[in-house]
Design a protein around this ligand. Structure first.
Ligand SMILES: Cc1cc2nc3c(=O)[nH]c(=O)nc-3n(C[C@H](O)[C@H](O)[C@H](O)COP(=O)(O)OP(=O)(O)OC[C@H]3O[C@@H](n4cnc5c(N)ncnc54)[C@H](O)[C@@H]3O)c2cc1C
Length: 319
């Protein structure tokens, strides 16, 4: 961490009371803005949405460093001076991530301004460790912005996962194309109610009542602030293939904004979280069996669990 070069003592406190000594320490190197002087760094998402990084803590870091420095600074308080000499920042961050020593990552805070459809916001708000302030549809008129996927992006219900819809309709097949078009026509009909929403507010219906008729595809906005540890948790869950495609698009843009900010942390997150795989006791037994030349079958009758193991075996190149 940066060396401290100058100390200056200021005496304070009310007249007559014992003074509080404030020791001012100058940085050895000049401070630089981790956002490069930008007021926001924004990426467009979906048809009308965006995610913009609007603030970071630490915003200023010693020249040549990134927000990773706040993680390292906090971690070194637990390991003391001795470790400082042997572990360089990247190695320490990777150690912390591997061993789930999470609190140092909470020393970095990130704040985003996001515009997203209400159905995405409903999933996002479940991440309770963030601080959120949302656009008020009681106070203000909801803007005329609705999410409308392209025809090629209309997805079928997954046969294997009741929550999922991964596969797009085959637009070369007349029947499937007609179904995808019917879905978009339905979306258009729902959105066509917007002028009525406006006119009802003009006729005196309260905004808090009028908004009840708006669909989940309408866009909302919020400011979302969270520490880096819980932001990575959000990314881990929402970049996953099981998360809905639309929220994944936001998570992916968020990751792109975070990467230059705390590069060692994000690299460790890729290596030890995103690219990692959790094996259960039964899966380890099955893996040992496969490595000993057996069938590598998991000792479970549960169809879902068996399918999950097959998926992992595929990733491991086993069996
Ligand atoms: C693919 C997918 C499908 C999902 N499907 C559904 C669904 O069908 N229905 C549904 O309701 N939700 C669903 N969810 C939401 C999910 O159950 C979690 O609520 C959401 O992912 C937030 O995760 P989290 O609680 O770990 O995050 P956060 O709320 O950010 O919490 C982070 C961690 O802090 C701790 N914590 C936070 N608040 C509390 C608290 N009050 N008490 C104790 N510990 C706390 C916990 O350790 C928690 O893991 C789904 C999520 C995903 C990713």
């Amino acid at each position: 961490m940066e060396a401290r070069v100058e100390a200056e003592v200021t005496r304070g406190g009310p007249a007559g009371a014992p003074g509080h000594e404030i020791r001012r320490v100058e940085p050895e190197r000049p401070w630089v803005d981790v956002m490069g002087g930008a007021s926001r760094l924004e990426i467009g998402v979906l048809d009308h949405g965006f995610i913009a990084l609007v603030d970071v803590m630490p915003r200023l870091v010693p020249q040549g460093q990134t927000a990773d420095s706040a993680v390292v600074r906090a971690a070194r308080v637990s390991y003391g001076e001795g470790t400082k000499k042997v572990s360089e920042d990247r190695g320490l961050i990777r150690y912390l991530m591997r061993h789930r020593h999470t609190t140092p990552f909470e020393m970095v805070e990130v704040a985003f301004h996001v515009a997203m459809p209400v159905f995405v916001a409903r999933q996002w708000i479940r991440h309770r460790t963030a601080n959120v302030n949302e656009y008020s549809a009681r106070y203000s008129i909801v803007r005329d912005r609705f999410y409308r996927p392209g025809l090629e992006a209309v997805r079928k219900q997954s046969a294997s996962n009741r929550q999922g819809g991964e596969e797009a309709f085959d637009l070369g097949d007349d029947q499937q194309r007609a179904t995808a078009e019917a879905f978009l026509a339905y979306i258009d009909r729902v959105e066509a109610g917007y002028p009525e929403y406006l006119s009802l507010t003009e006729r005196g219906v309260s905004r808090e009542m009028a908004r009840i008729g708006l669909p989940q595809s309408v866009y909302t906005e919020w400011y979302w602030k969270c520490d880096l540890h819980n932001t990575l948790r959000f990314l881990s869950l929402r970049l996953d293939a099981h998360a809905q495609l639309e929220i994944r698009a936001y998570a992916s843009a968020m990751m792109a904004l975070l990467e230059p900010l705390a590069p060692h942390t994000l690299e460790a997150f890729r290596d030890y979280e995103m690219g990692a795989m959790r094996l259960t006791r039964l899966e380890i037994e099955a893996l040992k069996d496969a490595m000993a030349g057996g069938a590598g079958e998991i000792a479970s009758e549960n169809k879902r669990e068996r399918a999950e193991w097959e998926e992992k075996k595929g990733r491991l190149g086993v069996g």
